[in-house]
Design a protein around this ligand. Structure first.
Ligand code: SF4
Length: 543
């Protein structure tokens, strides 16, 4: 049986196919085109959104954004690979109208438009909110570590620098001794070689002295030399990596990522930061906010509470060292009386505070506490079960200034276990997909701002894929084209009719207004009155 034969490569066609013929109607690349064409690049503050009268004509930011979105959706992130794809990938040729930007142009676009890329993500979320794809009732935040462009070898702390000093000094001393020995024995055949090595070692020592000075002047506990803003962070257990901690907030309705932020610290203080950002994005704070125990921090919980956020943050297990106190005398067996500001111990004694605040070191930093004690401990029959301190001192209970908010949160987690269990399925899925399926477990750019821009681009593509699944390609393209028509003069009249219909639906108006932060309300109200185009909040100060 003969094999299948391909087309004759020298065959001439009477009507050669156009690029359009290669892209079918259900190709996701059409969604990228429709989305990018719905954006207002000047408002989003893209570089070269308006080209100059003189000089070389630049690429339109829309074309480069299309290229990046296509690349990130298809696991091609490197500018060199994207440059190559532009010359051989039919979908990209169609998307870019056969433009072929150089790797340099592609790379500069991503690093020059950090804020604009964040705004594009924010604008897409505003669109999904208007389309009713966000519920805004239950949100969860979690962080995941993306490896930075900095090896562990190029990250130093005071201990590591001291270790290097010790090794270099030891080597220098060894060579000096050898030099003395050669002088005494008057051999001298290796003298030059040894002197050269000592010089090199002294040069290396200078490098570490420089790093030591940098640590002292910045007050930081570590310094990275390739990507200065990256930090050595605990990944899991005792495993560490030089990385960025990318925080994402996810809505429960369709598991869309609504917010992305890159930090170079751990999660502990991030609950209040991400919570307040979520409040701005959703437009109100009437949601339950789920976070894991890494975020359990008294100060952060109190700030959330003060901003009206209902947190459900899991409580980490208390660290128990030694056999005393025995379980019947653990801290949670002491009952706090708010009215009298005192504790009742298991033996029925009242522990009181002198009202002073003490600064203590806790597992997640420093905190201010009040101390509660009683004079009855000296004569207590349970003293040796309750405390290991001498009889004269007795048991001391410490209460953080944030304890009220912490206890409210802890009680809520206990009562609403089912709701809290949803956290994992909501917020860990995006990272699972992005890191495992797409292989984006590391970042390509250096610096926290650029990493955040890249993370926004990654999760924009993630969200776009989800919305394609939810709405379908044709519906999504239609909605995006409606928005892009706002920018077309010819479509303005038709569009005003559509906007009027759109605005007449009361619940949509309410959602629309709710979405806006107070900064934008004046402008928005004016636009509602004038029945003008939907006002996606592109003001970066709203973040
Ligand atoms: S040692 Fe003090 S705090 Fe502990 S049970 Fe006895 S009286 Fe109460």
């Amino acid at each position: 049986m003969p094999h299948k034969k391909g087309a004759d490569l020298n065959q001439l066609l009477l009507l050669p196919p156009s690029l359009e013929d290669f892209i079918d109607a259900n190709n996701p690349v059409r969604v990228i085109k429709a989305f990018v064409e719905s954006l207002d690049f000047e408002k989003l503050r893209f570089e070269k959104a308006r080209s100059k009268e003189t000089g070389c004509r630049p690429y339109h930011p829309g074309d480069l954004l299309k290229l990046y979105m296509y690349g990130y959706m298809n696991r091609i992130r490197s500018s060199r690979k994207l440059e190559r794809e532009c010359t051989r990938n039919v979908e990209l040729m169609w998307l870019l109208k056969d433009l072929r930007p150089s790797a340099r142009t592609i790379a500069y676009f991503r690093s020059d438009n950090k804020k604009a890329l964040k705004l594009v993500f924010r604008q897409f979320i505003a669109m999904t909110n208007q389309w009713g794809l966000l519920e805004g009732k239950l949100l969860a935040t979690d962080g995941s570590k993306l490896q930075a462009v900095n090896s562990k070898k190029n990250n130093y702390n005071a201990k590591k620098i001291a270790l290097h000093f010790g090794r270099i000094d030891e080597k220098i001393q060894g060579y000096m001794d050898e030099l003395d020995k050669q002088d005494k024995e008057e051999k001298g055949n290796r003298k030059e070689e040894i002197e050269k090595t000592i010089k090199e070692l002294k040069e290396r020592r200078k490098k570490y002295e420089q790093l030591e000075k940098q640590l002292e002047s910045t007050g930081e506990d570590q310094v990275s030399t390739s990507d200065e803003e990256s930090r050595l962070i605990m990944i899991r257990g005792q495993i560490t990596e030089v990385a960025y901690n990318v925080q994402t907030t996810v809505d429960s309705k369709h598991y869309l990522v609504v917010d992305v932020k890159a930090v170079n610290t751990n999660d502990k203080k991030m609950a209040s930061v991400m919570g307040r950002r979520a409040k701005v994005i959703i437009g109100n704070g009437n949601f339950d906010y789920l976070l894991d125990k890494g975020y359990h921090d008294g100060e952060a919980i109190t700030i959330c509470e003060n901003h009206g956020l209902r947190t459900l943050i899991s409580q980490p297990a208390a660290s128990r060292s030694g056999e005393i106190p025995t379980p019947e005398y653990y801290n949670d067996k002491f009952i706090y009386e708010k009215t009298t500001d005192s504790y009742l111990c298991p033996a029925g004694q009242t522990l009181k505070s002198n009202g002073s605040l003490y600064k203590i070191k806790s597992w997640n930093g420093y905190s201010q506490v009040k101390q509660y004690k009683t004079g009855a401990c000296g004569k207590c029959a349970y003293h040796n079960k309750c405390t290991s301190s001498p009889k004269g001192r007795g048991r001391i209970i410490q209460r953080s200034i944030y304890q009220d908010a912490v206890e409210t949160n802890n009680a809520r987690v206990m009562q609403e276990r089912e709701k809290y269990r949803r956290r994992q399925e909501m917020v860990e899925h995006p990272f699972g997909m992005v890191k495992r399926q797409w292989g984006y477990d590391h970042v390509l750019l250096k610096g926290i701002d650029k990493v955040e821009a890249e993370s926004n681009l990654i999760f924009l593509c993630y969200d776009l894929r989800r919305v394609i699944k939810i709405l379908g390609i044709n519906v999504l393209i239609k909605r995006l084209q409606e928005i892009s028509l706002y920018f077309s003069k010819t479509g303005l009249k038709w569009l005003k009719m559509r906007v009027l219909n759109f605005l007449n639906q009361e619940n949509r108006i309410k959602k629309w207004i709710d979405w806006q932060s107070s900064n934008c309300l004046k402008r928005l109200n004016l636009k509602v009155k004038l029945n003008l185009k939907p006002n996606y909040c592109a003001d970066w100060r709203c973040v």
